[in-house]
Design a binder for this molecule. Sequence first.
Ligand code: NAD
Ligand code: ZN
Length: 343
Amino acid sequence: MFELTVSVSKTYKITIASDFSLFYERVLPFIKGENVAIVTDDTVDKLYGGAMDGFLQGKNIIKIVLRHGERSKNARNYLQIINALAENAFTRSDTVVAFGGGVIGDIAGFAASTYMRGITLIAVPTTLLAFVDSSVGGKTAIDLAAGKNLCGTFYQPSAVYINTAFLVTLPKKEIKNGLGEVIKYAFLSDTVCKKDIKKFDENLIYKCLKIKRDIVEKDERESNERALLNLGHTVGHAIEKLSGYKLPHGACVAKGIAAAIKVSEKLFGLNGDTVRKMNALLKTGKHDLNNPYSAEEISAQITADKKRQGDSVKFVALKDIGKPEIVKIAVSDLQKILKANES
Ligand SMILES: NC(=O)c1ccc[n+]([C@@H]2O[C@H](COP(=O)([O-])OP(=O)(O)OC[C@H]3O[C@@H](n4cnc5c(N)ncnc54)[C@H](O)[C@@H]3O)[C@@H](O)[C@H]2O)c1
Ligand SMILES: [Zn+2]
């Protein structure tokens, strides 16, 4: 078992275990009130819903089961959740349990943060991506027609319980998705090494979360350092959007990190050994690193992005493994570097 304390606007504990044996001790004390809303998706409910209901026996449980997938992270389902809370007379002293992957974490978190201006939120993530990324740090969101994650809040859970046994049923493609973020952490800090990634155990999840925790504690609302967590995401998001969201997020992040290595090589004049070491680390996730889009298409997509600042973007470059740096780069310069590396 591993434990991490996150101290931001709220202080809470993350438990990383290989089963549910610590759930009572670690989670139940934080479940406030008699009413508990479990927000989950149909896949997770089928697999694990019974177990979760069992743990919460004795509470007045309502369950909101959304269809699995990103398309469920929408305003209609958000209203469905908060209306269910209201209809069942939930008060500010009751609790929402987000039980699922990042989609459920984001929408349930957004609902918990806005219902009566905020009720207790417990996160029980079930995907690798949610373990190492979305369940911690307090970003909540729903998607709008105009784009992903356009509506959201910063809202921290009161407890996070990670049970790695959920990974047994997680499809390979979802594991790979999460691995894109794991690799990102391995570049952000030299505390995660190739051996850890290959071993793939609770310790790896702990190490990744420690990196995220340390960054989020310095900058909860992303005015500065938290942007480091966007390593690989500037080009990665552009590729993801160009594919019409057909390419998985984790794979796009890996392609984005490959681009970040090329940009860093140019900006910092990295030596051959450093670049070889970086590329070897990147390959640990076994992602397809080929980029199907041209430098022009990618820079046009980045220009359309709301995160752009004038003609430039904030870009996370790497001086070495474990030495990321946020730089401001003109989109035209980024395009030139990507162009020069096209094969
Ligand atoms: N809030 C944040 O900080 C943050 C960070 C990264 C990503 N996100 C968001 O997270 C979302 C992606 O999360 P995700 O990759 O977990 O997707 P997801 O929630 O859609 O889960 C992926 C699939 O796995 C299934 N699943 C979940 N747990 C399972 C299990 N144990 N066994 C079998 N199947 C299981 C789900 O039903 C779903 O079909 C995106 O919406 C993204 O924007 C948020
Ligand atoms: Zn990501």
